[in-house]
Design a protein around this ligand. Sequence first.
Ligand SMILES: NC(=O)C1=CN([C@@H]2O[C@H](COP(=O)(O)OP(=O)(O)OC[C@H]3O[C@@H](n4cnc5c(N)ncnc54)[C@H](O)[C@@H]3O)[C@@H](O)[C@H]2O)C=CC1
Ligand SMILES: O=C(O)[C@@H]1CCC=N1
Length: 266
Amino acid sequence: MKVLVIGAGNMGLAYAKALVKSELLSSDNLMISDTDEEKSKQLETISRFDVYTDLAECLPAADIIFIAVKPYHIDDLFGNIKSKITEDQLVISLMAGVTIQTIQDGLGISKVVRAMPNLPAQVGKGLTSFTASETVSRLELSTVENLLNTTGKSVRLDTENDIDASTGISGSGPAYVFYFMQSMMDAAKKMGFSDHDSKVLVSQTFEGAVELFNKSDLSPQSWMNRVASKGGTTRAALDSMDDNNVRQLIEDAAYAAFDRAVELGK
Ligand SMILES: NC(=O)C1=CN([C@@H]2O[C@H](COP(=O)(O)OP(=O)(O)OC[C@H]3O[C@@H](n4cnc5c(N)ncnc54)[C@H](O)[C@@H]3O)[C@@H](O)[C@H]2O)C=CC1
Ligand SMILES: O=C(O)[C@@H]1CCC=N1
């Protein structure tokens, strides 16, 4: 099996690295392509896989093609590869919002998997949701699942609307966590802590809380109650968040991402 990754950015590169690190694919079976010549040159020096700037040279050899360009790149990309791609090749799109139908029409093929990864894929802790066109066989789906799992966990969803919804939770979600972390670090610095100490205070707090959550059956709400004593400091913080409607604002933010994913598909 030969795999081509189109787009060597945050996500494409995370996938390419995870794929060659796994036992599923040797580095000679992974090709990567990016139109950015500077980036390609740099990649050639640091990576073990074949790097191409011209898709015509590598596309025909690929059984599976990951598309990891930005949604606004697809007109150029599809125009370039439509005449070269064939019906037996399977496309896995990592692009937010872009529908299976758009990819099938744009490329004149039918086997398409639409996946929504997230950035922790870079450290093997990603979550990729995916759904597939009916023309993708069970055997191919199982191969796809194995490929996606090289970056962490995967979840197969029934509909493309579910993929858009998961974009609002897990796809964009790491940024919400970083938002929270940045706000806490800013508060720590305002309280007089050094950059280094602010980072340690915040990162260890996140890591510890996530580990507690993962190693138990308790809900986040139950864990909150264990931290908060009656009339204590945590209750003061949680009351402040509730008074400012922070829960609702986070829900609104997740829906804003979901809605944007739907909008990108139109
Ligand atoms: N960054 C993230 O956390 C996530 C990104 N995604 C999706 O992944 C896709 C890529 O996002 P990033 O990696 O963050 O973007 P990026 O901007 O880091 O990478 C995109 C790469 O595609 C290259 N490119 C553009 N047109 C090309 C073409 N015609 N042929 C070959 N390469 C081309 C660019 O030079 C660039 O290196 C997007 O569609 C995004 O929706 C999905 C989930 C999470
Ligand atoms: O912001 C974006 O559009 C992409 C999709 C999910 C995370 N990053």
